[in-house]
Design a binder for this molecule. Structure first.
Ligand code: FO1
Length: 302
């Protein structure tokens, strides 16, 4: 059996732990198609937070409390940058994490595409799933705030998603192409899962790459709601949905995917009705790996 998963963010990484465990028990192969809209260049280094969160989490090297970056991290470089007054002071790179960005940036600068760089980094981390960036081209999410484009990381970390925001744009998406392997993974998957990731800034930038959304239509696609009881499972999806004027409900988020969903998995306590989509209830709190595996089981059986 082949499973493809659209994923981003820390919720996506946790979900993939459950997908990997389910796949191991069912002799299934998993390909994760990962958001790159959060990617940013800082201090000349190319940083891919979603690829790294998933790589570190599946590789057992992530900081489980913070959710992002490396376990047992030190911050000497950050302190030294601060001593030089070298901003931005709102964005922190750990020393171990910096090694990842140095390797990635060196390879990208030499002309190696992001998908190949990701495969090279994964030789160390052995995540147990094939990880593909949604695209090798540069796509970056920006919030439009009082007419000004603010990079997603600045909007998210510096402004805590609390400045007046008109919309989001995925800069570069119109010219992007799916990375090598993405369309094949979608075409050959027995089931495609949409992780309970932020629909606005984790899943939408993947869908904005021309060809990906179209490749989902007519396939067996099961989405897992990132909203439980009117609140996001984690993160600030509520603030992102507010920008779009979309209610913070499982039903409304399912509606964002209605054109390609076969089934929409929502929490046991929620209700939803989406035309043409089968709605199924199951416990959706990813409290531990066993609970997440049970979610994946419910999704695959939808
Ligand atoms: N999140 C923060 O809240 N503060 C940071 O300084 C920060 C730095 C950072 C560096 C590398 C990385 O891979 C992720 C980092 N994150 C940081 C997390 C990141 O901003 C977001 O959680 C994701 O982009 C959303 O999925």
């Amino acid at each position: 059996m082949r499973i493809a998963v659209l994923a981003g963010g820390i919720g996506g990484a946790r979900f993939l732990l459950g997908v990997r465990a389910w796949a191991a028990a069912h002799d299934a192969e998993v390909t994760a198609i990962v958001n790159v809209g959060d990617d940013v260049t800082m201090h000349g280094l190319r940083i891919c937070p979603d690829l790294d969160s998933i790589m570190y989490t599946l590789g057992g090297g992530n900081d489980t409390e913070r959710g992002w970056g490396r376990a047992g991290e030190s911050w000497r470089v950050k302190e030294e940058l601060a001593a030089y007054g070298a901003g931005p002071d709102w964005f922190g790179l750990g020393d171990k994490d910096i090694a990842t960005h140095l390797v990635r940036t060196r390879m990208l600068t030499a002309g190696v595409p992001l998908s190949a760089v990701t495969a090279r980094l994964n030789e160390r981390w052995q995540p147990g799933v094939t990880m593909l960036p949604a695209t090798d081209q540069r796509v970056e999410t920006h919030a439009i705030c009082s007419g000004q484009a603010v990079h997603f990381q600045e909007w998210w970390i510096r402004h805590r998603a609390e400045i007046p925001t008109e919309s989001f744009v995925f800069t570069g998406a119109a010219e992007a192409r799916p990375a090598p392997g993405v369309l094949d993974a979608l075409a050959s998957a027995d089931v495609i899962l949409v992780a309970p990731s932020n629909p606005v800034v984790s899943i939408a930038p993947i869908l904005a790459v021309p060809g990906i959304r179209e490749a989902l239509r007519g396939r067996r696609v099961v989405g897992i709601s990132p909203i439980i009881g009117g609140s996001p499972v984690r993160g600030m999806a509520d603030k992102c949905l507010a920008v779009l004027g979309v209610p913070v409900t499982a039903e409304a988020v399912g509606g964002l995917y209605a054109d390609f969903l076969t089934a929409w998995l929502i929490d046991s306590g929620d209700t939803a009705s989406i035309e043409g989509v089968k709605v199924v209830n199951a416990p959706l709190w990813m409290t531990d790996e066993a609970a997440t595996v049970a979610m994946v089981e419910a999704a695959v059986r939808c």
